[in-house]
Design a protein around this ligand. Structure first.
Ligand code: ZN
Length: 279
């Protein structure tokens, strides 16, 4: 059996696999803004619950937000969505604690690897994940872009608006500060103060609420801008949209001007845990 873990800014998700079969799933709030110890305690609780159910677990695959060196299994940089995660030796810590082989990679890279199972012939594919942040990963010419500091194809931190909103990475105007679920909820609450989550915002949009339309039309404008940047720089055959927010497929698709190269994650929110065990 194998365990796949996906560490996002809001939730640590875990899944136990027997071959290709999903046996069990667990999750816990990441508490990413509380710092390294809090994140580790959530991570350990999910892993340990799955280890209790699993027999002969042969691999612990971890997908994490942040810039990850997959060879050393170290998070070389994370934004404040995972406070204190910069410099964390995930592979070393988990191997010492569980005496199991551990693989670690960036969450969008893991989601991309999982979704590529559905596009076996393609060599140029970009993955975007919309959650607490905006993750990005690209396959170009058949190779996953890594970059010198494991920050290649991090589309969430492309500047969309010069001098714009402050991003979790400290820069101004990044795509993430307009397109993450966090950003969308904050913008939604400026017009609809009682909004509980982005799901409710999409529901109000579907019901024809004018404020929700204004907020999501603006979101659509930024999304089209980011897709344009990706097309110009990476020339993908397909751009796959994933992460929790991408589950509102119909509405998001209706906001996209050029839909010809856009697809949604087939594995939905499980792309990260599936990709984590692919090595
Ligand atoms: Zn940024």
């Amino acid at each position: 059996m194998k365990i796949g873990i996906d560490i996002g800014g809001t939730t640590v998700k875990g899944a136990l696999f027997d071959g290709a079969e999903l046996v069990s799933e667990r999750e816990a709030p990441t508490r990413g803004r509380e710092g390294r110890e809090a994140i580790f305690s959530s991570l350990f609780s999910v892993i340990e619950a799955l280890l209790q159910e699993g027999k002969n677990v042969s691999l612990l695959g971890v997908s994490s937000a942040g810039n990850i060196d997959p060879v050393r299994g170290v998070c070389v940089y994370a934004t404040e969505n995972l406070m204190g995660w910069t410099g964390v030796d995930l592979k070393g810590t988990l191997e010492a604690r569980y005496r199991l082989p551990v693989t670690v990679d960036n969450d969008a890279v893991c989601a991309l690897k999982a979704e590529l199972l559905f596009y076996p012939g393609l060599k140029n594919v970009t993955m975007l994940t919309f959650g607490t942040g905006v993750g990005g990963a690209s396959l170009i010419g058949g190779k996953i872009v890594r970059g010198e500091h494991f920050d290649g194809a991090r589309w969430g931190h492309v500047t969309l608006v010069e001098g714009g909103r402050r991003c979790s990475c400290g820069k101004l105007g990044c795509a993430e500060s307009y397109l993450s679920a966090t950003a969308l909820l904050a913008r939604g609450r400026e017009k609809l103060p009682l909004l509980s989550d982005v799901k409710e915002l999409f529901g109000l949009y579907a019901a024809g609420n004018a404020q929700a339309h204004a907020v999501l039309d603006e979101f659509g404008g930024y999304l089209n801008r980011l897709l344009g940047v990706i097309r110009a720089q990476a020339h993908p055959e397909v751009i796959i949209l994933g992460g929790g927010m991408a589950q509102s497929e119909e509405i998001i698709l209706s906001l996209i001007e050029n839909k010809s190269d856009v697809a949604f994650a087939r594995l939905k929110n499980r792309a990260g845990v599936v990709g984590a065990i692919l090595g």
